[in-house]
Design a protein around this ligand. Structure first.
Ligand code: NAD
Ligand code: UD1
Length: 338
């Protein structure tokens, strides 16, 4: 019996492969390499000291998926495969609905056909939209999203919930990630964004290494302690371990559950800049810039449900997140392109 990991070559997927292997699971990985490189999985194998099957396969390719499900006995799927750039989703909405929403529908159709009805889905805190106060709890209303990327996550949550209603054999765990940052402790795998990063932590680390000149801090007039945006940053290895727990849960329970994966603690942009500087003894020049469209002032989780249902809580602190990001960035200034 094995767990299929879609998008397992990407940032969160590669870290999850390691934690799943360490926990003793057999895994099978598929990815279409749209936003990742084979080198990531080569390093996963090196770090874990284990081999596993990989297929270059698109989740929209039903025939390709059938071959994978026929070759292996798949008990459950961890579904990371998806596109995630907010700005790009505004410019290319159909590409996002096709890849993320239609792709998930094809995946679930093949799963049902092959008798595998357990899925752990990568959702996002973005589904809480703009109307809810932090700490964000799973029972709060969702759907007031500000962009097509967020809408794909909201739509897929609804599709998986409908599936669980239609057939009580289905189990769907909707993991709502807060802000994953950091890298594996080894420094061998981490986030390798294409082009100029959109997200704060990869931007900070590329400024620190001199690839980018200075960070623009998007707004210092929010209603927060220092005026800059507050987020719930979570170490990617903690997040990966949350998936191991979620697989255990999905194997034992049917029905749908949305579960936050966050620390429950908010840090401002300037908190993170200062933590990065002091953890790594590097400089991070920055300038205050206008607010970014679609940003909220504050977003952090109530992580109680993950503790209660999964027995999981984040263990790493912001210093670990900054130190591990820098180890990856400084050892791999060109990402996986060495
Ligand atoms: P990533 O881009 O590093 O990984 C996604 C992987 O999926 C990539 O390797 C990509 O090549 C693959 N992929 C994309 N479309 C595919 C398709 N049609 N068929 C097969 N493979 C495909 O992203 P990540 O940061 O590891 O995110 C993983 C998941 O978590 C995504 O669904 C993302 O939306 C979600 N998520 C990420 C964050 C974040 O901050 N990184 C936050 C919330 C949710
Ligand atoms: C963003 C996305 C969200 C997605 C998440 C993970 C938007 C509006 N939201 O979340 O949908 O799920 O990434 O991919 O894009 N910041 C700066 N300067 C920068 C970059 C960011 O000041 O160069 C600030 C932002 O204003 C924010 C904080 O840093 O206050 C975190 O930003 P980011 O890392 O992009 O994450 P989110 O906006 O929380």
């Amino acid at each position: 019996m094995a767990i299929l990991i879609t998008g397992g070559c990407g940032y969160i997927g590669s870290h999850t492969c390691i934690e799943m292997l360490d926990a003793g699971y057999d895994i099978v990985v598929i990815d279409n390499y749209y936003n990742s490189k084979p080198e990531a999985l080569r390093r996963v194998k090196e770090i874990s000291g284990k081999e596993f099957p990989f297929y270059e396969c698109d989740i929209r390719d039903a025939e390709g998926l059938r071959k994978v499900f026929s070759a292996h006995k798949i008990e459950a799927v961890i579904h990371f495969a998806g596109l995630k750039a907010v700005g790009e989703s505004v410019r290319e909405p159909l590409m996002y609905y096709d890849n993320n929403v239609a792709g998930t529908v094809v995946l679930c159709q093949v799963m049902a056909e092959m008798g595998c009805k357990r899925i752990i889905f990568s959702s996002s805190a973005t589904v809480y939209g703009t109307g809810n106060p932090s700490p964000l709890k799973e029972e709060m209303p969702t759907g007031a999203v500000t962009n097509p990327y967020g809408r794909t996550k909201f739509m897929i949550e609804g599709i998986l919930a409908d599936l669980c209603v239609s057939d009580p054999e289905w189990s769907a765990v909707l993991l709502r990630y807060f802000n994953p940052i950091g890298a594996h402790e080894s420094g061998h795998i981490g986030e390798d964004p294409n082009g100029i990063p959109n997200n704060l932590m990869p931007y900070i680390s590329q400024v620190a290494i001199g690839k980018l000149q200075k960070l623009s801090v998007f707004g210092d007039d929010y209603d927060t302690p220092d005026g800059t945006g507050v987020r719930d940053y979570i170490h990617v290895v903690d997040l990966a371990r949350g998936h191991v727990k979620a697989v255990g849960y999905a194997l034992e329970h049917n029905g749908v559950e949305a579960i936050n994966l966050g620390t429950g603690v908010g840090y401002s942009v300037l908190d993170l800049v200062n933590a990065f500087k002091s953890a790594n003894s590097v400089d991070v020049p920055y300038a205050i810039a206008p607010r970014r469209d679609g940003d909220v002032a504050t977003c952090y989780s109530d992580p109680a449900k993950a503790a209660a249902l999964l027995g999981w809580k984040a263990e790493k602190n912001v210093e670990d997140m900054c130190r591990d990001t820098w180890r990856w960035q400084s050892q791999n200034p060109k990402g996986y392109d060495e």
